[in-house]
Design a protein around this ligand. Structure first.
Ligand SMILES: CC(C)(COP(=O)(O)OP(=O)(O)OC[C@H]1O[C@@H](n2cnc3c(N)ncnc32)[C@H](O)[C@@H]1OP(=O)(O)O)[C@@H](O)C(=O)NCCC(=O)NCCS
Length: 204
């Protein structure tokens, strides 16, 4: 049966999530966004009020569509007792072999999730990203457009892997890291921070 979805966040990421929901045959009722006025529309979809208005929609499914992992976590923690929608684009390739995808997670167009990969809740697997076999992705993490994770990579909670970055197989990246666009991570990262370049080094 078709589900009714309210999306938290009416920015660019929210638009992409709305597209995925509709392509999946479900219905987008509208956005909740503290930065937009009630009655505004975004890509023809209405803004239904601020985030606190979620209490007026008891029977729908929600998804927090905000790129920043820390803000995403804060918003999720404000919304007690709701049903979280998991959005998977019809062109994403998700292995049926023991893969797990947590609630509230988004898997975008042409992303690949291979066998035994485990993705936590409220993550973003962005357009064309590759999550290889036996990967573990911590909750609220973001694997950006075209990023590639080799086999048996572990990514900690709230870590953001930038656009086109690559993580070598068997490498672990701890939580609360930013891996810069195009970086290549060849060794474990155990200290939270921002890492760029090839091989990736800590810049702060
Ligand atoms: C790594 C990153 C977070 C740093 O951002 P920032 O804190 O604003 O840093 P700055 O832009 O001030 O750059 C600091 C220095 O790092 C360098 N740098 C920044 N990003 C870099 C990258 N990805 N690779 C190599 N060097 C980088 C800058 O050239 C600058 O060097 P300098 O001091 O010699 O001039 C950011 O550049 C980045 O790569 N973000 C990822 C964006 C992305 O993937 N978006 C995906 C959306 S799906």
């Amino acid at each position: 049966m078709s589900k009714q979805i309210v999306i938290i966040g009416a920015g660019g990421h929210g638009k992409v999530v709305a597209d995925i929901v509709m392509l999946s045959g479900d219905t987008v009722l509208g956005f909740l966004d503290d930065g937009k006025a009630l009655g505004e529309t975004v890509c023809g979809i209405p803004v239904l009020g601020p985030v606190s208005a979620y209490v007026h929609f008891p029977d729908v499914w929600f998804l927090v569509a905000v790129g920043d992992g820390t803000l995403r976590e804060r918003l999720v923690s404000r919304m007690n007792g709701v049903k979280w929608y998991t959005a998977i684009h019809p062109t994403a390739v998700i292995s049926p072999m023991e893969t797990e995808i947590g609630e509230g997670t988004v898997v975008m167009a042409n992303a690949v999730v291979n066998p035994c990969a485990r993705i936590g809740s409220h993550c973003i697997i962005n357009t064309g990203a590759i999550v290889e076999h036996d990967n573990e992705i911590g909750y609220f993490s973001h694997i950006s457009v075209g990023a590639k994770l080799g086999g048996t990579v572990k990514i900690g909670e709230k870590t953001w892997v930038g656009i086109g970055a690559a993580i070598k197989n068997n490498v672990t990246v701890c939580g609360d890291c930013v891996i810069g666009a195009g970086a290549v991570v060849v060794r474990d990262i155990t200290v939270p921070g921002t890492y760029t370049g090839t091989p990736a080094r800590k810049i702060r």
